[in-house]
Write a protein that binds this ligand. Structure first.
Ligand code: UDP
Ligand code: MG
Length: 151
């Protein structure tokens, strides 16, 4: 479905290290459309909600500290297969296993400083978009659509 949406977040290390432009560029150049974007420094309770599925993991506390350690860039991207392809563009969770050419493969070393988040399924994308963009997202249609999609 060409109107599939995913939630992508550039984590505080990605912002501090000046990787925002490069990361956005990779998604744009692929042909995905940017549907929403904001810079925000989130509260602890919000970060805990975003990562609630991981609350029993031993790294949960450190993960929450990491996410609230500075501003993040929250985005919604649209396109056919954007959830799964977005995860491929991002690369494996642990940068030691991320292929070169992926964002994590190119830009980071440690799993606890892995620069970017991407939704892992269409359902979790919907939940994350509703959490991060409760007022909805801009409804716009790119004039590049017919240059990227046959139909
Ligand atoms: N994480 C960590 N240590 C681990 C596993 C994960 O610090 O052993 C962090 C890492 O920042 C990761 C996030 O927790 O991106 C969420 O974990 P998940 O398994 O959902 O990985 P992702 O979906 O981000 O690839
Ligand atoms: Mg995940």
């Amino acid at each position: 479905m060409a109107n599939e949406l995913t939630f992508i977040m550039i984590k505080p290390d990605g912002v501090q290290r000046g990787l925002v432009g490069d990361i956005i560029s990779r998604f744009e150049k692929k042909g995905f459309f940017l549907k929403a974007m904001k810079m925000v420094q989130v509260e602890r309770s919000f970060a805990e909600k975003h990562y609630s599925d991981l609350s029993t993991k031993p790294f949960f506390g450190a993960l929450v500290e990491y996410i609230i350690s500075g501003p993040v860039v929250a985005m919604v991207w649209q396109g056919k297969g954007v959830v799964a392809t977005g995860r491929k563009i991002i690369g494996a969770t642990n940068p030691a296993q991320s292929e070169p050419g992926t964002i994590r493969g190119d830009f980071c070393i440690e799993v606890s400083r892995n620069v970017i988040h991407g939704s892992d399924a269409v359902g979790s994308a919907q939940k994350e978009i509703a959490l991060w963009f409760p007022d909805g997202i801009v409804d716009w249609h790119s004039s590049a659509h017919p240059w990227i999609y046959e139909n």
